[in-house]
Write a protein that binds this ligand. Structure first.
Ligand SMILES: *Cc1c(COP(=O)(O)O)cnc(C)c1O
Length: 409
């Protein structure tokens, strides 16, 4: 690279050892000649090359900017910032969380390879591994989120990938990242962790031994319910040699506009995760004491089966998603009671999303888990009386007042 190029790809100048909160606000490419303080939004599909020889060199090396399916300065700033926050050498962005997993599978697996995946992960993740890629000869065994012996027993010579998500949706089950990393490495496989629920503000899977961190940036990285996005964070070698070439050919590229929105979202990530976790704990404690509620699922509660592990892995915070079961005598009565809670709200949004400043209330049995049979739902612990709450930034008392409307006197 000549001087011009290295200047263009230079990072914003930061002292060594600045802390994650600072990286979340500051890390990006250096500003343009205009000195903009907010990162520039480069809405351009291509880049003018100074001459044919430089163009040839850039296309050959995949460095600098050639075409926005391959890379874009705003997207690059998002990748650099996220990698720094996760403690990763590099990151690659994608259009959605699911396309990050699509990219992961295309880049690391081939027909005949075997995957072990928790059966409690995000529904579309189960569909992508278990159905779509089964067609291409990738076999996936689904195992218990929390029982390590099931992961161990599922290992085969062809096992290439262990995929986990922690905590899970909606029951907030927590798995032991370090133990799964050891298991994966002893089998010569990679451990991939979907870190969407905690974000790097609470949990850093790479520091616990994971090889790849996956994100639905749609959730807490944006944090304000605006755009879709995804990413994989890993070693420079994996990103450069395995992931980036697949994005270049297959095109699950993040839009520069979305990358810019995500950069702004990440600047407040630490504040939001702390505030939303504190509010969620308060709501969880309030629900646990409520006579109309039979059980609350939240890693921040001492009653959570993996409370100690969660606190050790998640910086002592439970995150911003909880679920609860309303008390009822039959599945029919439970569904009616859950619907009454949801329909009585006047502040919360009835929607399928999480990670927003606006709190969201959901009935998993008829939405995210609606395509399962009743038997599968029972096995997964998704009862008709289960209500999921993704807590935002409203006043806690307004959230509990809203729930009280439907939980009765
Ligand atoms: C939302 C979500 C995804 C998928 O992300 P999209 O951006 O919706 O494609 C994957 N994993 C988890 C844990 C999620 O919450």
């Amino acid at each position: 690279m000549n001087d011009n190029e290295s200047r263009r790809l230079a990072r914003a100048q930061l002292p060594e050892g600045v802390r994650p909160e600072t990286l979340a606000v500051r890390l990006a490419l250096a500003p343009s000649q205009h000195g903009e303080n907010s990162e520039g939004l480069f809405l351009t599909s291509t880049y003018v090359q100074p001459d044919a020889a430089t163009s040839a060199q850039r296309f050959a090396q995949m460095e600098d900017f050639t075409y926005s399916r391959t890379s874009n300065p705003t997207v690059r700033s998002f990748e650099m910032r996220l990698a720094a926050m996760e403690g990763a050498e590099a990151a690659v962005a994608s259009a959605t969380g699911m396309s990050a997993i699509l990219l992961l599978i295309m880049a690391t697996l081939k027909a005949g390879d075997h995957v072990i995946c928790s059966r409690s992960v995000f529904g579309s993740t189960i569909g992508l591994f278990g159905k779509e890629f089964a067609k291409f000869g990738v076999e996936t065994t689904f195992v218990s989120q929390t029982d390590l012996s099931e992961w161990h027993a599922a290992i085969r010579p062809s096992t290439k990938l262990l995929f986990a998500e922690t905590p899970t949706n909606p029951l907030t089950e927590v798995c032991d990242i370090r133990a799964l990393a050891d298991l994966a490495h002893n089998a010569g496989a990679l451990l991939v962790v979907d870190n969407t629920f905690c974000s790097p503000a609470l949990q850093k899977p790479l520091a616990l031994g994971a090889d790849v961190v996956m994100h639905a940036a749609t959730k807490y990285l944006d944090g304000q319910g605006r755009v879709m996005g995804g990413a994989l964070c890993a070693s420079e070698r994996l990103v450069r040699d395995a992931f980036a070439p697949v994005v270049r050919t297959a095109g699950m590229t993040l839009s520069p506009f979305n990358a810019w929105v995500l950069l702004k979202g990440m600047e407040t990530l630490h504040l939001r995760m702390k505030a939303q976790s504190a509010a969620t704990l308060a709501v969880a404690q309030w629900l646990e004491a409520h006579p109309a509620v039979s059980r609350v699922y939240y890693p921040g509660l001492a009653s959570h089966p993996q409370h100690a592990l969660a606190m050790a892995q998640q910086s002592g915070l439970g995150g911003a998603v909880l679920s609860f079961d309303v008390r009822a005598d039959s599945p029919q009565a439970a569904r009616e009671a859950a619907f009454r809670v949801i329909d009585s709200t006047r502040v919360l949004s009835i929607a399928t999303n999480l990670g927003d400043t606006k709190s969201i209330i959901t009935h998993p049995a008829t939405t995210s888990h609606g395509r399962l049979s009743e038997e599968q739902r029972q096995a997964a612990g998704i009862t008709q009386g289960l209500v999921r709450l993704a807590v935002g930034l409203e006043h806690v008392d307004d959230i509990t007042d809203d729930l009280q409307r439907g939980l009765g006197r």
